[in-house]
Design a protein around this ligand. Sequence first.
Ligand SMILES: [Zn+2]
Length: 428
Amino acid sequence: MKNFCKKFCLLSFVGLVLFFTACAESETEEFTLYPDNQGDIFLRRLYPNDLAKNDSAAANIAHGITLVVHPNATYQLSFDVDPNFDAPTLQLFRLYLNKEQTEWHGSKVRSLKPDIENGRYVYSFICEENSFTEWATSLVLDETYYKGRVSNIRFTGNGAYSDHFSINLILVGNIEEEIEGYTIDELASNLLQEFRAQYTSVTIDTLYINYASKHPTLGAKYPANEPWLAGASSEDFFLSELGGWPGIEDALDIVLVHYIKNDGVLGYSKPFSANLGKGAGSTVVLGTHIKTPYGEDSISMKDIVETALHETGHFFGLRHTTATKADIEILQGDYDIGDYSNLDDGLDDTPYCSVGYTKSLMKIKSTDIVKVPGLSRIYIAGNTTTFNVNNCPDADNYMFPTTVKDKVLSFSKQQLDMIRKNLMIFPH
Ligand SMILES: [Zn+2]
């Protein structure tokens, strides 16, 4: 909430700052129309190759949403032609904070006319940034915001990088003393075996094991003799500073801690806008235990491995097959302005759990979730289950939002295609 408020407050300046910039342009230059969604601009994002409906992004794109973009990738934004209006120009803006970090500014990076293909406007562009970022949008017609209907919006991306990656398993705190029934070597070997068996659209080269306590510059912060609690021992749930490990900077960093501070949460990942380098979005975090209202429970090796594959799915852009309220909810005052057109992941080959179950999922999540900017996987303990998630047709998919008992999990073909496509977008 702190972050949101900061962004919102700061962004309320954007309109003013950008307005003055626009007035200063000479009449011979191309007309520039800056987004005027101000504080709401970061609330609607389009992620590359996401197939969810994204109706709220479509409704807001003329006045300003953001597009998540990575260096050197080629993108296409498309939506249906509205025959009642002429074609709008898409303007794209780089957003950056001023030196004092008090005001957001924007500079135009593209002004694009669409091609028309099969009744759809198609805007194509390449991202030439140095690292992943978000570009803001406006749609312009006759020097004002486009008023036509924007429907069936799609944002696709193709990257320039390889379809191989390596995994760096980072152990934090006294993991080895606390696990029972398996060793770290068994966990690592199981993890690599399952990744290779399930992530069949890509190649996993190597799995490295590293200890946070032995990090060349940060080691002293991560003592090896105490349990590490993500969100308590460190404010950053993701331990992002450990991402981009020296010498293997481009590996996928899976950070294993004792537990994550929120009740029942097995793992966290930043959805969609992840990166294989360092900094924000560079880690997936997992616990060997879960926090419960009564203390803690240990997690089986099988659940840890399944959660690793699930969270990595988010990392590469997969949504839950059935969304939960925590995935969607965006509270603005008393109102939830989340996009409820995104209950489904939009893929044709992943089933969706019925409305009844969705409501149950939402009920459970709304009582136990604490907001962290990432997607979590929730542990459903047998004795507290109020409905049987095993009856959901997507319960045997890796991207089902909770644990299930006695299911053999898999990814669908479309999910595997999306993993490969997005891996090739992330610089590595
Ligand atoms: Zn999840």
